[in-house]
Design a protein around this ligand. Structure first.
Ligand SMILES: O=C(O)CCC(=O)C(=O)O
Ligand SMILES: [Fe+2]
Length: 283
């Protein structure tokens, strides 16, 4: 019988006693509801082939290929493979791969006009120490903002690009670099829960629309300070066979980037966009 247990500070739920390959729509419904409620769900002990992972991922929405073409699975463009190709030909560490996602808390896909609804990872190999993924709840970050900032940011949009102010685009092919920014509400109403979160990513945001540069830079600094609310974090320690999915609309995450490089830490990853109605889709 499926078990759903909150873990962390109400920022994640762990799901056990289920085989996601066998789920029908009714069996999936409580998993999806827990995911909407907590923002991150962890399903332990799964044995999946790539087709199973894709099939299960499509229950959450439209699975879209990630713009980083060089790290796509050669036969399945919707799958990004994380943690493979860590070493350069001369034996040095390729930090674009090893430290992927470890530059700081972020939300995936904010550079797209239709940003990622969710990112889902399936662990093929986990290190014996380190290599955790950290999550933090952006509803709580919103709720903890001072009223001054809430009114300043009301109806304001941020301009987001892949490399943000640092313009770091190492994993993109030449033809995919320097796209025009995408604009999104910074105080964002979630299309399904209707709750408001802070939609912010210091590594992708360029400026706040309609503000003088100096004021915009000051607000971005202040939001960077405030985005991690007290008691809003979950830290996931990986085991092979884990599926973890997060809601990019209301959570930020980062890789710790700290495991022994000679050990394997390998995931399949999918990027999931909202389907027309924003809700779950039948697989
Ligand atoms: O490898 C991780 O822990 C997370 C990496 C990341 O940021 C991502 O896959 O979006
Ligand atoms: Fe990420």
């Amino acid at each position: 019988m499926l078990k759903i247990q909150p873990v962390g500070s109400n920022t994640a739920a762990e799901i056990t006693d289920v085989d996601v390959k066998l789920l029908d729509d009714d069996g999936f419904a409580p998993i999806y509801d827990a995911w909407l409620k907590y923002g991150v769900t962890v399903v332990r002990d799964q044995e999946l082939e790539i087709e199973d992972f894709l099939h299960y991922s499509r229950r959450y929405g439209h699975v879209a290929p990630h713009p980083s073409k060089s790290t796509r699975h050669p036969d399945f463009p919707e799958i990004t493979v994380l943690g493979v190709g860590k070493f350069n030909a001369d034996g040095t560490l390729n930090n674009a791969i090893f430290k992927r996602g470890a530059a700081g808390f972020h939300t995936d896909g904010a550079y797209d006009e239709v940003p990622f609804k969710a990112t889902q990872l399936y662990a093929l190999a986990a290190p014996s120490i380190g290599g955790n993924t950290h999550f933090s709840n952006m509803y709580q970050a919103h709720d903890a903002l001072p009223d001054r900032l809430k009114s300043l940011l009301k109806n304001r949009r941020g301009a987001f690009s892949y490399g943000g102010r640092k313009a770091s685009q190492a994993l993109l092919n030449e033809e995919d670099r320097d796209k025009t920014p995408a604009f999104h509400d910074i105080l964002r109403v979630h299309s399904e829960t209707k709750r408001t979160s802070l939609y912010f990513d210091p590594g992708k945001i360029l400026y706040i629309e309609g503000m003088e540069k100096e004021q915009s830079d000051d607000v971005l600094d202040e939001l960077t300070e405030r985005m991690i609310a007290p008691d809003a974090e979950y830290c996931h320690q990986w085991r092979a066979g884990d599926i973890v999915i997060w809601d990019n609309r209301c959570m930020v995450h980062k890789a710790a980037g700290d495991y022994p490089p000679e050990q394997d830490r390998i995931h399949w990853r999918v990027s999931i966009k909202e389907s027309a109605d924003g809700n779950r889709v039948a697989a």
